[in-house]
Design a protein around this ligand. Structure first.
Ligand code: G6Q
Length: 566
């Protein structure tokens, strides 16, 4: 039985197709409901949202509330007493997760159901199996075939890295490679880059990794200027093997290698989809694969991240990233929101976004290492859940993904926190912190370490946003009631980094399941690419540069002229 409904609006509103999820032996999955806004728990939550718990004032956070609103998974603790909710709201959020069958949908995804599709419309129609890349440690992986493919790639990676380490793979002069440049964009850049920067304290001595993403020639120029190309490996990463920016930058780097008198075939490796135009092992020093069922923005734990991270951190540390991610994926199977951090964070986000009406979300890591993690989340969240068509191919009538943004604290405190505390827009915040520093090199000044100062600031911000402060002078008044949570772990290790990545990936997937949208395609990036191709054609042919504008000019030509680029 399929959940294909007649055109939107003609179908009477009701929740249908419940109890049709199956995990095994079913190639297509039936989605368990139609409209988010028709779920019974949604109606109850709408009523509760009229009088949310008030955090403002000095007696709103008694110790029992702070102790009660905590949860943990895989070494991460979430303190969420500073959210605008009470036990009743939490119970209804659990009911919503149950009614929308969120963990069932997650299990179905992990087991290889076709989750990337829109029923009744042309769509990608693919499995979503990034979780299989890290399901390497269990004797009963949820998607055994995909995990077997991941293991095969891991073995290739281990062999390659061993040969780089033991001098079997060297440059033409027999010198070891010390640097790797990853050339890729979007999902083939952001996650791997965020993780690479996130784990600098674990980089192998003498090893370094750089990234070139932008087609702006200044990006490549700045990176290449700081490298000795003779001891540099270039890792070109593109799932499709057709991305304009990446193919252009590959040519640019090939030319730079040749200019330096080096043989590109001894320096350039590739990570790509099987059968893509880049799947040409003859052309590269080594080739690794990622598969159709791994979306770009969910690919950091596949070879898309594995090759560069393995090179700079060592194979064992990459394996630790996968172990952390794999354990968080297991934690995400628990139907109880009190025991499943990704699910809890998904539901808190939905409470703030759909019921309290907050349009954006700031992710503020109190960890300089996580400098680029918000940028990765921007892509992962907004490309996944910035949608307005349901999985049944109908327009949605409820809010889907929020605007996600962020920067590390304490730097942000000296920048945009003014708006967070006193602006007219309420911005829910997710703070992320670690009890000890990554490098474990610190100084005590006036009785506290820098790490303590960092964490004290994070907790202070959480309290200030929640409780605010009364003042006679309205300009010095803080209204409070700015919801936030604090996510804490002991130290940002490879294991913690993997767990954090999977925590957010799974939170995003749970929200997409709840909104009944397809979190795994990205049609919204296509139109701009098509128009850019048209403008490039005009630039290459010079057809817009023939005199004054005419009434027949296409908008592309007219814009080129107006921009002085004809
Ligand atoms: C991610 C998107 C997108 C993609 C890039 C790079 O989910 O699909 O960001 O990763 O466009 O694509 P290629 O890896 O195919 O070059």
């Amino acid at each position: 039985m399929r959940c294909v409904f007649p055109p939107y609006q003609t179908e009477p509103r009701r929740v249908r197709c419940v109890h049709l999820l199956k995990y095994e032996g079913v190639s297509t999955m039936e989605f368990p409901f139609n409209n988010f806004i028709d779920l019974k728990s949604v109606h109850r939550l709408q009523k509760l949202a009229k009088t949310p718990y008030s955090l403002a004032g000095t007696d709103t956070l008694p110790p029992e509330r702070i102790a009660g609103f905590q949860a943990s998974s895989c070494g991460f603790n979430l303190l969420y007493a500073t959210q605008r909710l009470d036990e009743q709201v939490l119970t209804e959020l659990q009911n919503l997760a149950d009614e929308a069958r969120l963990t069932d949908q997650f299990m179905a995804m992990k087991a290889g159901q076709i989750m990337n599709r829109i029923i009744g419309q042309e769509s990608e129609d693919r499995q979503v199996l990034h979780t299989a890349c890290r399901d390497l440690f269990s004797e009963t992986p949820r998607a055994p075939e995909a995990t077997a493919q991941a293991k095969e790639q891991m073995t290739r990676l281990q062999t390659f890295l061993t040969e780089v380490d033991n001098g079997t793979i060297t440059n033409e002069q027999g010198q070891p490679f010390t640097s790797m440049v990853q050339v890729g964009i979007g999902g083939s850049d952001l996650g791997p880059r965020a993780l690479c920067l996130g784990l600098k304290g674990f980089h192998l001595p003498g090893r370094r990794a750089e990234f070139i993403a932008n087609v702006d020639p200044d990006d490549a120029a700045a990176v290449l200027a700081g490298l000795d190309l003779s001891t540099t490996l270039v890792n070109v990463v593109s799932k499709s093997g057709t991305t304009l920016e990446t193919l252009t930058n590959e040519q640019l780097v090939r030319a730079a290698l040749k200019d330096a008198g080096l043989n590109p075939a001894r320096h350039i490796l590739a990570v790509t989809g099987k059968g893509s135009p880049m799947d040409d092992p003859e052309k590269y020093l080594a080739s690794f694969y990622m598969y159709d069922y791994i979306g770009g923005r969910y690919s950091a734990t596949s070879m898309v991240g594995g090759v560069t991270l393995g090179f700079v951190l060592g194979y064992d540390n990459f394996l630790e990233i996968l172990r952390g991610a794999g354990e968080m994926d297991r934690a995400a199977e628990n139907p109880s929101i009190r025991k499943n951090l990704p699910l809890l964070m998904a539901m808190l986000g939905i409470w703030n976004h759909n019921f309290l009406g907050h349009a954006t979300l700031a992710v503020l890591p109190y960890s300089q290492a996580l400098l680029r993690f918000p940028a990765h989340l921007q892509q992962c969240d907004m490309e996944s859940n910035g949608k307005q068509t349901s999985r049944l191919g109908q327009p949605v009538e409820w809010k889907t993904g929020p605007i996600v943004w962020g920067e590390p604290g304490t730097n942000g405190q000296h920048a945009f926190y003014q708006l967070l505390h006193q602006g007219s827009e309420i911005v829910p915040v997710e703070f992320i912190g670690f009890r000890t520093s990554q490098f474990q090199s610190d100084i005590t000044v006036q009785g506290t370490t820098s790490q303590q100062k960092l964490l004290a600031n994070m907790l202070a911000q959480s309290l200030a946003m929640a409780q605010g402060r009364e003042h006679d002078n309205p300009n010095k008044r803080f209204a409070g009631n700015r919801p936030n949570s604090v996510l804490l772990a002991d130290r940002l290790t490879p294991y913690a980094m993997g767990a954090l990545l999977a925590l957010y990936e799974n939170r995003i997937a749970f929200q997409g399941f709840c909104w009944n949208i397809n979190s795994f395609d990205q049609e919204g990036v296509q139109l701009g690419k098509i128009l850019a191709d048209r403008i490039l054609e005009e630039m290459a042919s010079g057809s817009s540069g023939q005199g004054k504008s005419t009434a027949q000019d296409s908008p592309e030509s007219a814009l080129l002229r107006a921009a002085g680029l004809d």
